[in-house]
Design a protein around this ligand. Structure first.
Ligand code: PGA
Length: 250
């Protein structure tokens, strides 16, 4: 059975006190539930404090980004081994905000994925098309480019530590969630590609304006294994309801 995962991407939100409170509420709500792997990804300055709050709970810590090298003269960057050192088990790479606002390329993302996997992190690799690309019928070619680029250097033996997040750019933070049919079609295509790479069982998460009301239908699609949650991950009640919706049915 494929692992189910719900990851909260807090983006550049919270402060020290709010980060602790939010993590505490998630820990309490998740309890000892392990059928869904819950992950929280706070901003870098709060990782250590959130790690303290998560200690002893099944909720995992994740970084929102990392660099492609482990140390050196790279002002402002954070390395994969630093993330591991402060307790991260996951890192989000290739998020569309980094691709589009910070100008990250597939080649750069591919080198970071390799470094993060080698450091022992599980990588949540984000892929997804813009509205223009969808309207031009290019969704699958975007997936191919982003998967090939993102996994170009990944050690074959470490591919099982990759999680894919399908996040249509037009659905992120806009309230325009993709329909369960659109999501299933995209995930099916991604699953086919993963099968060709010998890793058919990698979890594929959906992200983009997921809330507690929409989560059950989205997560019921056969190739959806959970979600990468932005805005709703800042509201404990919403986030915990989304986790609930990701529990295996039946
Ligand atoms: P959203 O963000 O849930 O606020 O749309 C999702 C994401 O960017 O990971």
């Amino acid at each position: 059975m494929r692992q189910r995962i719900v990851a909260g991407n807090w983006k550049m939100n919270t402060n020290r006190a709010v980060a602790r409170q939010l993590a505490g509420a998630v820990v309490q709500g998740v309890g000892s539930e392990t059928r869904v792997q819950v992950v929280v990804c706070p901003p870098f300055p709060y990782l250590t404090e959130v790690a303290e709050v998560l200690a002893g709970s099944p909720v995992a810590l994740g970084g929102q980004n990392c660099y492609e090298r482990n140390e050196g003269a790279f002002t402002g960057e954070v390395s994969p081994t630093m993330l591991v050192d402060v307790g991260c088990r996951y890192v989000i790479l290739g998020h569309s905000e980094r691709r589009h606002i910070l100008g990250e390329t597939d080649a750069f993302i591919g080198r970071k994925v390799d470094a993060a996997l080698k450091a022992g992190l599980r990588v949540i690799l984000c892929v997804g098309e813009t509205l223009e690309e969808r309207q031009a019928g290019q969704v699958n070619s975007v997936f191919d480019r982003q998967l090939q680029g993102g996994l170009a250097h990944a050690d074959k033996g470490l591919l099982s530590n990759v999680v894919i997040a399908y996040e249509p750019v037009w659905a992120i933070g806009t309230g325009h969630t993709a329909t369960p049919e659109q999501v299933q079609e995209a995930h099916r295509f991604l699953r086919t590609r993963l099968s060709e790479m010998g890793v058919p069982d990698l979890p594929i998460l959906y992200g983009g304006s997921v809330d507690a009301a929409k989560a059950p239908k989205l997560f019921a699609a056969p190739d959806v294994d959970g979600g990468l949650i932005g805005g709703a991950s800042l509201k404990p009640d919403q986030f915990l309801a989304i986790v609930q919706a990701a529990l295996p049915q039946g």
